[in-house]
Write a protein that binds this ligand. Structure first.
Ligand code: UDX
Length: 447
C-alpha cells in the first residue's frame, strides 16, 4: 500500500520506518528542506536508538523516500498520516495550527478521495473540525478522517512502532477502517491488540492514557513525600502496589518526576479541553502540582546538605528527560538546573547525548565532556537521568574526584548500602538517607 507521512519528527520517522519494514511504499514529506535532504542520506536529526538503521534499511529497500513536495504524497497515497507537533500554547491548550496547515497543504493536491490519519496527539473533536476544514478547502474530494494515536515512547520508538502492544484506530468511515486494517495486517497477525472505534473516542483514549500514566508517577511521588515524613520506603511501597495486577508495576517510579514532549503538554491540553467541555476535574491539576513539587523537593535536599549554594559546585548526572533520548523538552534536570543557577551555584551537567541541547536551554549551565569532568571538584552530585553509564559508575573514583562525597539520587538508581560502603552521604527520594559519620564531620568542618 502507498502511504504518506507528513512530519519528519519523533513520531513521523519511526512510523515511516516501521510501515516501510511492513512492506508498504512510504513517502515522508516535511517543509524543512535541509532535514529532508539529510534524511535522503539516512541522516536522522535527533538521537533515537535504532532509528537511523531503520531509515537506512527503508531507503535501501526502495520503500522509503523523502520529499518537500506534498503533491505526489496526496495523489499517490491510500492514506496520509499527519505526524506534526502540537506544542502547548501559553494557555496550555494544544496548538493545532501545524495539524490544520499541513493537512490542508496535502489536501490541495488530492483527487477523488483521501484518507487522512491523525497520529499527533490532539484534543477530542479535532478530527471532526479537520474534516470540515478539508471539505471546505477542496469540495470535490471525499476526505475520510481517522484517528490513530501513537503510543510510542522516546528511546524505544523503533521497538514500539514495529511491535506495538496495541493499535487504536478510530473512524466514522467503515471504508477507512478497512484500509487501516489492511495497512496494519502484519501487526494484527503478529498478535497486537487491535481496537476499532470512532474518531472522537480514539482521540480521547490517547489523552486518557497519558493523563493516567502521569497520575501514576505523581501518585508515586506523593507517596515518596509521605515516606519521607514517616520514615517509610517508597521503593517498597510502589513495588507492593505494582504487584497487584489491577494496578501494575509501570510508571510507579518515584523521583524527579516526569518531563518530555508528551506528559506535560498533553496533560495541560487535556485540562483545557475538559474545562472547555464544562467538566470539573481538579485531579488533573494535582498531577502537575505534585510533579513540580518533585523537582522542588530535590532542590530542597541539595540546600539541606550544602546550605548556601553560592560558590558551591553541583554536578548534574543526566540532562535528557529520560535515558535513551537527547530530548530535553520539559526535562526535570533542566528545571532543577535553573533553580540551582538562580540560587548562585556553579552547575555542571553531563549527559551522554543531550549536552548541547541542554546548554542551549539553560543560561549559566555548564556542560562537561564526561562524568568525571562533571564530578571534578563538585560539592554534590545529583543523579537526574538514569543512563546505564551512571548505573555502573565507579563510586570510589567518583568519591575521590569530588570535593564532598555527596550524592542526591533523583531516580533512586543506587542502593544505600553500596553508597554508604563507598563513603558517600547518600540522599535518595522517599527513602532513608545514609551519611557516614566521618563524612558528616568532614562536611561540617568544611562548611
Ligand atoms: C510517553 C508515553 O509512555 C507514551 O505512551 C506516549 O505515546 C508518549 O508519552 P515518553 O514521554 O517517551 O512516552 O516516556 P515515558 O517512558 O512514558 O516517560 C515519561 C517521563 O516520565 C520521563 O521523564 C520519565 O523519567 C518519567 N517517569 C516514567 C517517571 O518519573 N517514573 C516512572 O515510573 C516512569
Amino acid at each position: 500500500m502507498k502511504v504518506g507521512i507528513v512530519g519528519a519528527g519523533h513520531v513521523g520517522l519511526p512510523t515511516a520506518g516501521a510501515l516501510a519494514r511492513l512492506g508498504h511504499q512510504v513517502t515522508v514529506t516535511d517543509t524543512d528542506a535541509p532535514r529532508i535532504e539529510a534524511l535522503g542520506r539516512a541522516e536522522v536529526p535527533f538521537f533515537e536508538p535504532g532509528l537511523q538503521e531503520l531509515i537506512a534499511e527503508g531507503i535501501e529497500s526502495g520503500r522509503l523516500s523523502f520529499t518537500t513536495d506534498p503533491a505526489p504524497v496526496a495523489r499517490e497515497s491510500s492514506a496520509v498520516f499527519i505526524c506534526v507537533g502540537t506544542p502547548p500554547r501559553v494557555t496550555g491548550e494544544a496548538n493545532l495550527v501545524a495539524v490544520e496547515k499541513s493537512a490542508l497543504a496535502v489536501a490541495r493536491h488530492a483527487r477523488g478521495s483521501l484518507i487522512v490519519v491523525e497520529k499527533s496527539t490532539v484534543p477530542t473533536g479535532t478530527s471532526d473540525r479537520l474534516a470540515k476544514a478539508l471539505a471546505r478547502s477542496k469540495p470535490g474530494v471525499s476526505f475520510q478522517l481517522v484517528s490513530n494515536p501513537e503510543f510510542l515512547r522516546e528511546g524505544h520508538a523503533v521497538e514500539d512502532s514495529l511491535h506495538p502492544a496495541r493499535v487504536l484506530v478510530g473512524s466514522d468511515s467503515t471504508a477507512a477502517l478497512e484500509v487501516m486494517r489492511e495497512l496494519y495486517r502484519p501487526i494484527i497477525d503478529g498478535g497486537a491488540e487491535y481496537v476499532e472505534t470512532d474518531q472522537r473516542t480514539a482521540e480521547l483514549a490517547k489523552h486518557a492514557c497519558n493523563a493516567y500514566l502521569a497520575l501514576k508517577i505523581s501518585f508515586a511521588n506523593a507517596m515518596a513525600r509521605i515516606c519521607e515524613l514517616s520514615d517509610a520506603d517508597v521503593v517498597s511501597v510502589t513495588k507492593v502496589m505494582g504487584m497487584d495486577p489491577r494496578i501494575g508495576p509501570g510508571h510507579l517510579h518515584a523521583g524527579l518526576g516526569y518531563g518530555g514532549s508528551c506528559f506535560p503538554k498533553d496533560l495541560a491540553a487535556f485540562q483545557r479541553l475538559v474545562e472547555r467541555l464544562g467538566y470539573d476535574f481538579p485531579l488533573l491539576g494535582e498531577i502537575k502540582r505534585i510533579n513540580d513539587e518533585a523537582v522542588m523537593s530535590v532542590f530542597t535536599k541539595i540546600e539541606e546538605v550544602l546550605w548556601n549554594l553560592e560558590e558551591k559546585r553541583v554536578a548534574l548526572l543526566g540532562l535528557a528527560f529520560k535515558p535513551g533520548t537527547d530530548d530535553v523538552r520539559f526535562a526535570p534536570a533542566l528545571a532543577l538546573a535553573r533553580l540551582l543557577v538562580d540560587a548562585g551555584a556553579e552547575v555542571v551537567g553531563y549527559d551522554p547525548v543531550a549536552n548541547e541541547l541542554a546548554a542551549a536551554e539553560v543560561p549559566g549551565l555548564k556542560t562537561a565532556d564526561n562524568v568525571h569532568e562533571a564530578l571534578d571538584g563538585a560539592h554534590c552530585a545529583v543523579l537526574c537521568t538514569e543512563w546505564d553509564e551512571f548505573r555502573t559508575l565507579d563510586m570510589t573514583s567518583a568519591r575521590s574526584a569530588m570535593a564532598f562525597p555527596i550524592m542526591i539520587d533523583g531516580r533512586n538508581l543506587y542502593e544505600s548500602s553500596d553508597m554508604a560502603g563507598a563513603g558517600f552521604t547518600y540522599v535518595p527520594v522517599g527513602r532513608r538517607s545514609v551519611s557516614p559519620a566521618i563524612e558528616d564531620r568532614l562536611l561540617a568542618d568544611s562548611l
